[in-house]
Ligand binder design. Structure first.
Ligand code: SAM
Length: 224
């Protein structure tokens, strides 16, 4: 279900937002679409060990543990990328992916199909302008991406709008206070305290997830 007035054009498994003349809205992703096939390798071999000072296997373990009881739910992911959520999310969930990168979303379509997910939709959209109707989702994921959004506060307002009461936001994000190697990390980093404040301002109860993995903070926030 979409917000009133939203027009969607579907092409090759992706949903695009269109204006009233059916002109599709396109975005400029950080990794050009033609390099999307390199994304998984770059994350594993370069970004995790070199930028995050962490480990991708550990990252997956932490999220698997956190999401093990999430089954048969309506799950939204902001900035789905190439679909790494298949590594930690059970395939009985109804999954809605979103990202500004068509190239990465195309890979996500394939990864979710290969992982046996039956109900999926993938939207080419910015996290700042979610096209979904209110109270549609039980869980919202945002993995390694919050720092890329132009305004985290605006994104939280929209997450609050699309989640059910009691809905859970699960996030993994680099934070400056864990950046001991002073790596250059793209985007705008928020401290844990700033993230807590954003959660509280938007009626979420912040709960830290007890996990150490380099520069990454893991937390859940429950909509009150
Ligand atoms: C480091 S990747 C993480 C992808 C995936 N969540 C993962 O864990 O592999 C960051 C993602 O954020 C997406 N992105 C950047 N800015 C965005 C925005 N404003 N709205 C939605 N997605 C965005 C990029 O296209 C990319 O897929």
């Amino acid at each position: 279900m979409l917000k009133d007035g939203i027009r969607i054009v579907e092409k090759k498994g992706l949903c695009y937002i269109a204006d009233n003349r059916n002109k599709i809205k396109r975005f400029k992703p950080w990794l050009g679409d033609s390099f999307s096939f390199l994304y998984d390798r770059i994350m594993q071999k370069s970004i995790f060990p070199k930028k995050f000072g962490g480990d991708m296997g550990k990252h997956i373990d932490i999220l698997q543990k956190e999401l093990k009881d999430v089954r048969g739910k309506n799950v939204l992911e902001l900035a789905t990328g190439s679909g790494s959520a298949v590594d930690f999310l059970h395939n009985s969930n109804h999954f809605t992916g979103s990202d500004i990168s068509e190239g990465l979303l195309r890979q996500a379509v394939k990864n979710f199909r290969d992982a046996g997910f039956k109900e999926t939709k993938f939207y080419v959209t910015g996290a700042e302008e979610l096209p979904f109707a209110d109270n549609m989702f039980d869980v919202c994921l945002c993995i390694l991406s919050l720092n890329f959004f132009s305004d985290a506060e605006t994104v939280f307002k929209d997450i609050r709008r699309v989640l059910n009461t009691g809905g859970i936001f699960i996030c993994s994000v680099p934070v400056p206070e864990k950046n001991k190697r002073e790596s250059t990390i793209r985007g705008r980093l928020h401290s844990e305290q700033e993230l807590k404040n954003i959660c509280v301002n938007n009626d979420f109860k912040y709960e830290g997830i007890n996990a150490e993995n380099g520069v990454l903070l893991y937390f859940r926030a429950v909509l009150q």
